[in-house]
Design a binder for this molecule. Sequence first.
Ligand code: PLP
Length: 435
Amino acid sequence: MTDAQSRSLLAEAARLIPGGVNSPVRAFGAVGGTPRFLARGSGSRVWDVDGNEYVDCVGSWGPLILGHARPEVVEAACEAARLGTTFGAPTEGEVLLARAITKAIPSIESVRLVNSGTEAVMSAIRLARAYTERTKVVKFEGAYHGHSDGLLARAGSGLATLGLPTCPGVPPPWTAETVVVPYNDPDAVETVFGSLGEEIACVLAEPVAGNMGVVPPAEGFLDSLRTASEKAGALLVFDEVITGFRVHAGGAQAAYGVTPDLTILGKILGGGFPIGAFGGRRDIMDMLAPSGPVYQAGTLSGNPVACAAGLATLRLLESETPHGMLERRTGRLADGLRKAARDAGVSVWVNRVASMLTLFFTDQIVSNYATAATSDLKRYARFFHGMLARGVYLPPSQFEAIFVSATHSDEDVGFICEAAQAALGEIASPQGQPC
Ligand SMILES: *Cc1c(COP(=O)(O)O)cnc(C)c1O
């Protein structure tokens, strides 16, 4: 397997683009080696510029639940583009997509479309602050909600203390309104509400964590967030950018039976095009301009091509109902990976929810960021490269999810498990090649 073309493109890209990539994790920084420049995708497969074929387990980080280049989605996007790619005026497609969203997720009575998950989260927080006339946001350690300043925060020295910036360029006052608590820890949430209750505008949570690797909510955890926020007069905001339309047709809120006040969507919603959305209770959403005073805008918001691709995706999900099949197939993948690790004598912990999963190289049960962080990252890097060499494209970081699409066949799952058997065998053997 050669990577000569990828290497040569990376050399030029690195001169023109910081780090050679337009989003950091693509650079293979956590696993080493040369990121593959991808040329083409179809169904469950991608091909790089050197012509290597891979079973893709990244799915563009979540959007591609129907696989790459699903013909109906591509056709819908092309048809929309032929009629004009953007108008900066209302279009019918926005109404159709909003109708599809509110039908799939009934807690969303009214919805605003934006261009990315990051933008949707920023805007939802502004709205939550305006509605509650409070400032503080509770988020969870290891959760990701896009790259806006206030959310690039880590916990201060104790619970209920000011968040500290995790990134140069973010002034400490920008994160001081963010309170960071451990995921799956209702007592920590209660403590924070106990000391800051009156100041908390919202609790912002991934209902299934997907950005510390996959971590399911513990029994009753989401309910505890609902109860605590309601009692304190704060809003509950679910960031369903990954989980929306993936863990259930109605999102994680349907799967777990917990209703947030506001929901954030992205990824699958755009059918592979840039999009984000936030929506929820009408009385809250009505505070947005132009019906209310909270400013929010976007030149390309509700873009006709993204709306058409998103609508085609939601319609296919509705007519084909792939979630049961995805559940079973991803379950088999999780079992296959556990068995491969057992056979190889390598300690792993596999978390899976619906069609998202992570294989952690740890002997601990992974239930939050601290336990995810016990993973052996060198082992993950060797596993990643062992799989890549065998034609399986995994996320180039331990702390990301494998996404299975409706186009991943039983044969694909078998192929991934066989590759894992061999790659994990290499890791276990002391003669294994360092990567
Ligand atoms: C990807 C992601 C975002 C950010 O979405 P972008 O479109 O990349 O800005 C926000 N929240 C969650 C949970 C995500 O996984």
